[in-house]
Design a protein around this ligand. Structure first.
Ligand code: NAP
Length: 485
């Protein structure tokens, strides 16, 4: 076979897409097109701009290893600051020219001869040798099916599609949902609202952290002055954070119990009102759901204009919400902090692989991939931050970079003429998923709570291994696990 340049289409320009474009370009690939349905890069950080949005991972960790930023204003950056960072990184690394914004992919179809044919919502058709789905996880808002919701006469807004023109000051606001988002939005809206009613179906453990803290003075100057030190520091913090989180989440130990004791102490110390505390007390172990971190929620929900409502919602009326106990509360605005369809990945994109198999059929029992990145039946297609990669413990930026570097090795084999097609075997995928299921046993995510980590089939869609295992699994392709054509 002769040497040829692979035509690569990356779908999505969020954390995963930006990382993949950069990694491939660094390895000399030149025919890369990134298709992004949003009007800007950033993925979740583009789509989410609700009041109070802040990343609960420290800014000096939540960044690309290849583009560290010294001058974060806050120790935990705000959503808009992170979105600006993504735009700046894309511009600084010269990736802008690769990215087509406002371009939604609606179909991708594999054909043995013509390879991938990718169709956009506007009717554009592109050919590619490889498709890389960097389509994100928390992407498709979940709108609950609550009786009467469509009849509410005021604004109903999902946090992931916030209306920046919505005036919430002085209004009676009903917030439904208490994940990381609900907790942040309640904390932000409460000080200026006439009232905030927080509708909570399952209570959350909330770890206290000083989330509005400024980055320490002088840090930016020192890090900017010594970029190598900055890179090294970022690695140490990101790897150290991953090691601690992996340790406490994946196996029971006194260290897990210490973090859980801290969560219980946060509730006990910060909420003095016994009735309120009882309603805020979850009935499952801390860390079982995606851990919520906040420095302000307990204060906000204890304020005179705030109410915690734990009775189930019976119906929404034209002007308010009635709960199962018969109580009725007026509302001017309903905020849905109800999360996402977390296991859609690239869907509803119509993805068809070998012999026309659709991704919906392939994933009828839930998302399933080999080492987060390859799917049987879908040759020359990879995912970055695909199934099992909402890791729950390891840096997403690191995971994305490792996966993209792994994919680049397959592309290099194509470029060198060593293969034309590559498809993971079903056996290797089953083996990997069996190992994942076994390793999930002792994890805290498996201790009896309901969370977005669980697929409809009840599997935990996270990474149960440590960072070293991830690195080993993605260090170099194992041809025995693939059909090569
Ligand atoms: P989420 O964690 O899935 O929470 C959704 C909430 O909506 C839950 O409290 C859920 O209750 C509730 N809910 C859903 N349907 C309901 C219904 N019909 N009636 C009443 N309540 C209902 O979603 P999220 O808060 O948007 O967070 C998702 C993830 O995004 C987080 O876990 C985190 O990974 C990420 N995130 C991160 C940050 C950050 O700072 N880094 C900020 C925001 C979000 P149940 O628990 O009873 O199902």
């Amino acid at each position: 076979m002769t040497e040829r340049e692979p035509r690569v289409i990356i779908i999505g320009a969020g954390v995963a897409g930006i990382t993949t474009a950069h990694v491939l370009r660094e390895r000399g690939f030149t025919d890369i097109t990134v298709l992004e349905k949003g009007s800007d890069v950033g993925g979740v950080w583009y789509w989410n701009h609700y009041p109070g949005l802040r990343c609960d991972v420290p800014s000096q960790i939540y960044q690309f290893g290849f583009a560290p930023k010294a001058d974060w204003r806050h120790a935990w950056a705000s959503g808009p600051a992170i979105q600006r960072y993504h735009r700046e990184v894309v511009e600084r690394l010269g990736l802008t020219e690769l990215i087509r914004l406002d371009t939604e992919v609606v179909e991708a179809r594999w054909d043995e001869r013509s390879r991938w044919t990718v169709t956009t919502a506007a009717g554009g058709v592109l050919g590619a040798d490889f498709v890389i789905c960097a389509t994100g996880v928390l992407h498709h808002p979940f709108i609950p099916d609550i009786p009467g919701l469509a009849d509410f006469t005021g604004p109903v807004v999902h946090t992931a599609r916030w209306d920046d023109g919505l005036d919430t000051d002085g209004r009676r606001i009903a917030v439904i949902g208490t994940g990381s988002t609900g907790v942040q939005v309640v904390s932000a809206l409460q000080p200026h609202a006439a009232s905030v009613d927080h509708y909570v179906r399952s209570a959350q453990w909330i770890l206290w952290a000083p989330m509005s803290l400024r980055q320490l003075p002088g840090v930016a100057t020192v890090l900017a002055r010594f970029p190598n030190l900055h890179r090294r520091l970022h690695r140490v913090m990101a790897f150290g954070g991953s090691a601690v989180l992996t340790d406490v989440t994946t196996r029971p130990s006194w260290r897990r119990r210490a973090v859980q004791a801290y969560a219980r102490a946060c509730l006990r110390i910060q909420v003095r009102d016994k009735d309120l505390r009882a309603k805020l007390q979850p009935d499952y172990q801390p860390l079982c759901k995606r851990q919520v971190i906040s420095g302000s929620y307990y204060r906000a929900i204890g304020a005179d204009n705030a109410a915690l409502i734990t009775d189930g919602i019976a119906e929404v009326t034209a002007d308010g919400i009635r709960t199962a106990d018969g109580a009725y509360r007026d509302a001017d605005v309903i905020v849905l902090a109800t999360g996402f369809h977390a296991h859609n990945y690239m869907r509803p994109l119509r993805l068809h692989g070998r012999d026309g198999i659709s991704i919906d059929d392939a994933w009828a029992k839930g998302p399933r991939a080999y080492r987060m990145t390859a799917i049987p039946g879908f040759p020359n297609l990879f995912t970055v931050l695909g199934p099992n990669s909402p890791t729950g413990s390891i840096s997403l930026q690191y995971t994305a970079e490792l996966t993209a570097t792994y994919i680049a090795q397959w592309l290099a084999k194509f470029r060198a003429g060593e293969l034309s097609s590559v498809e993971v075997t079903d056996q290797a995928t089953t083996r990997f998923n069996d190992d994942v299921a076994t390793a999930m046993g002792p994890t805290v995510w498996n201790t009896g709570c309901n969370s977005w980590y669980l697929t409809e089939g009840g599997a935990v869609d996270l990474w149960p291994f440590d960072r070293a295992t991830m690195k080993a699994m993605l260090s170099s392709p194992d041809p025995a696990d693939f059909h090569l054509g």
